[in-house]
Design a protein around this ligand. Sequence first.
Ligand code: VG1
Ligand code: CO
Length: 542
Amino acid sequence: MTVKTIATQPIAGQKPGTSGLRKKTRVFMGPHYLENFVQAIFDVVGCHGKTFVLGGDGRYFNDRAAQVILRMAAAGGAERVIVGQGALLSTPAASHLIRLNKTDGGLIMSASHNPGGPDEDFGLKFNMPNGGPAPEAVTEAIYRRTTELTGYRILEGQDVDLSTIGRSTLGGMIVDVVDPVADYAALMESLFDFPALRAMFAGGFRMRMDSMCAITGPYAVEILENRLGAAKGTVTHATPLPDFGGMHPDPNPTWAHELMAEMMGPGAPDFGAASDGDGDRNMVVGRGAYVSPSDSLAVLAANAHLAPGYARGLAGVARSMPTSAAADRVAAALGIASFETPTGWKFFGNLLDAGKATLCGEESFGTGSDHVREKDGLWAVLLWLNILAVRKESVADILAAHWAKFGRNYYSRHDFEAIPADKADAMMAALRGRLASLAGTGVAGLEVEAADDFAYTDPVDGSVSRGQGVRVLFAGGSRFVMRLSGTGTEGATLRLYLERYVPGPEGLAEDPQAALAPVIAAAHALADIAGFTGRTAPDVVT
Ligand code: VG1
Ligand code: CO
């Protein structure tokens, strides 16, 4: 087999966002697009003699992209690539395989919660030897490399059979096709009390897990139904499909509406959950009780010690800046450190590696721990189940008790999607321009206490990330945050994050949108969202 060098030119816009490079699938399928980006990754992280993990969430083009990446890895002299059978791996399972096999990193094919299909989205990201998403310095270097490429190297050869578990070679490179589920399931079994969970299911506990036709299907069936004895059919939409069956695999009340309807309806099971395209997000719902992701992180932090893997307690808790401060209150009560990072899991990596944080979470339905270096949807579901098995209370009761003890951080995120990018940029620029003069002024009946553009200094390596979101803090502790999404592929998505703290004991059972109404009004007035974008109401409320 011969290695060919194909002449190419830089392709504009190959800049990784919050989590890897995401574009329309047809863009990724365009001439040299995938190849250029993969070559830039290998040029930056090195390829010769290295071992990588490769897998994706099964979306359209996943199988073809895997074959291209394998041929390019072989051309670059990689020693070995470990591939999930069928080129499938959930993001947390890929993170685990990278760590377990002490590899040099991994390539994960996914656009995560974005829809899939020929007319939807595809994505690719590189994860480091620690199993976590490449930090900004590395993604920046990859981007710079895409702007100067003149060629890429690829092996001429046939497709590798990825449907059969076992070892083969491609040129001089070893290809190990592995069961995508087995090692991950073993890791979960090492963290959680599987006998107690089996007993709970055997005792009649009922659950619904909506895998949204995405990657967690096989994982959830194996763990929940096969190993824990949940009733057959507990996992719905369990077969990963190239277009996710037309579903939008984003586990929130809007897109997981089937699950929501069942959980809020008569005869609801005890517990419900959903996960996203690549399996790193989770939504958790009790019977008649939706759990906001920020509250979920706080409840998990307060109760993690009930699971064997966390029985020794937590070193610290980290959350992204727009995530509510509910977890901070738990950390303070536990006497452990809390950290506030920019949006995106790559910012948790150093804290986890340094042993400063054990649990991390984002308001965007992401929770995880130091067991891998990604957020992990099924892990969060299993930790909740473990807590339920020990406490033997309903989700609603656990939430109510949590708020009674810590007070409640009412929280909501409003997304305004597909705004023309220039309008969104103008709005953010205008708001940023006014930040310095906002403190002390009044808006819609609230008084601004402080306003800034969030900057983060990594406590481990000292790297600084600026411009991570505008935050406006009001007297009394309410706040809103505004930033533009870094994962979208069409126009700009404005994310407006809203929070209001109520200490209790009164006022803990309000509807979040009603409780947040003053903050919502202030945000609209201050940023003039309607004036800049023409939008008066969000597309998605979570
Ligand atoms: C969104 C979320 C962020 C998350 C990221 C990747 O980013 O807000 O919290 O880390 O998606 O999640 P953005 O830039 O669009 O706000 V996933 O499950 O899409 O890998
Ligand atoms: Co995801």
